[in-house]
Design a protein around this ligand. Structure first.
Ligand SMILES: [Zn+2]
Length: 279
């Protein structure tokens, strides 16, 4: 409205008279002056109560040619944009934006995502999780396997130390080979092999022996897989493969070869129990 008043486009009686809509421009409030924008909003004696107070004391001191002149004077002399409801557009926009944000809070982007966790296989199928570990300092590697049923109960687990620090992908391939062999040894018939190495999972799925260093192991896994009635390969994130991962570290400090039936080593028990506690 302030803008329209400055532009003299308000439907004041003077403007309506100029457009021949009415024929008398006299202010209805005071019946003594022509009602233009300045008079209607500022000068009319009927507005005394509105502009009462020290803040507006200049009303009686200063004379203005029109409403635009009045606004210019306020901005120039009072240094207060809030005076006469004239506000800094930036401040108004910021205030409106703050109000909108308060009313419609944005989704919290830092909200923590649900932590992925290991899931048990469907009934009558076992999950064979495996992982490898390497210690270049000791020139050793280790393989580990843990087999669980549809209730998350451990059927068997093993760790085996290797007297050589292989390349990571080689250790993973050796471990996959040992895992599929171990499952077959204890009589598992339907299983999902689960590993945190995408390279190995892809190679086993496609029976891809293109990588020379792991070709013999991929072929062996393929041969052992024929002993199962159903065997599939699944990728799992490392932090979800924590039982296998923890076991693999254990292999580096445990010589030889150890099998636990219906159990896992004490060190990895908390991870198994944590899963069982969520059931
Ligand atoms: Zn008047």
């Amino acid at each position: 409205m302030i803008w329209r008043a400055c532009r003299n486009t308000l439907p004041t009686k003077l403007n309506l008279t100029r457009k021949t809509i009415i024929d008398n421009p006299t202010c209805d409030r005071c019946s003594s002056n022509v009602e233009d924008s300045l008079h209607a909003l500022w000068g009319c004696s009927g507005l005394v109560k509105v502009w009462d107070g020290d803040r507006w004391s200049f009303q009686t001191r200063e004379a203005f040619a029109d409403f635009k002149h009045l606004c210019g004077w306020i901005m120039e002399n009072e240094k207060s944009p809030e005076l006469f409801a004239i506000r800094d557009p930036k401040q108004v926009a910021q205030k409106r934006w703050d109000e909108i944000k308060t009313a419609n809070p944005l989704p919290n982007r830092s909200r923590p995502q649900p932590i992925p966790k290991w899931t048990a296989p469907p009934p009558n199928i076992y999950k064979i999780n495996y992982d490898g570990a390497i210690s270049n300092a000791d020139n050793k590697a280790g393989v580990e396997v843990v087999i669980r049923d549809c209730n998350g109960e451990v059927i068997a687990s093993l760790i085996q130390q290797l007297e050589q620090a292989y390349q990571p992908v080689e250790v993973e391939a050796i471990t996959a080979c040992r895992a599929v062999e171990f499952g077959s040894e204890i009589g598992v018939d339907c299983a999902i092999m689960e590993d945190d190495s995408k390279v190995i999972v892809k190679a086993l799925r496609n029976k891809d022996n293109g990588l020379l260093s792991i070709a013999p192991m991929v072929n062996d896994v393929s041969l052992f897989s024929s002993l199962y009635s159903k065997l599939s390969y699944s990728h799992i994130r490392r932090n979800v493969n924590e039982v296998a991962h923890c076991l693999a570290r254990l292999t580096l400090i445990t010589p030889n070869y150890t099998v636990w039936m219906k159990d896992v080593p004490f060190r990895t028990l908390p991870f198994v129990q944590a899963y069982l506690a969520t059931l």
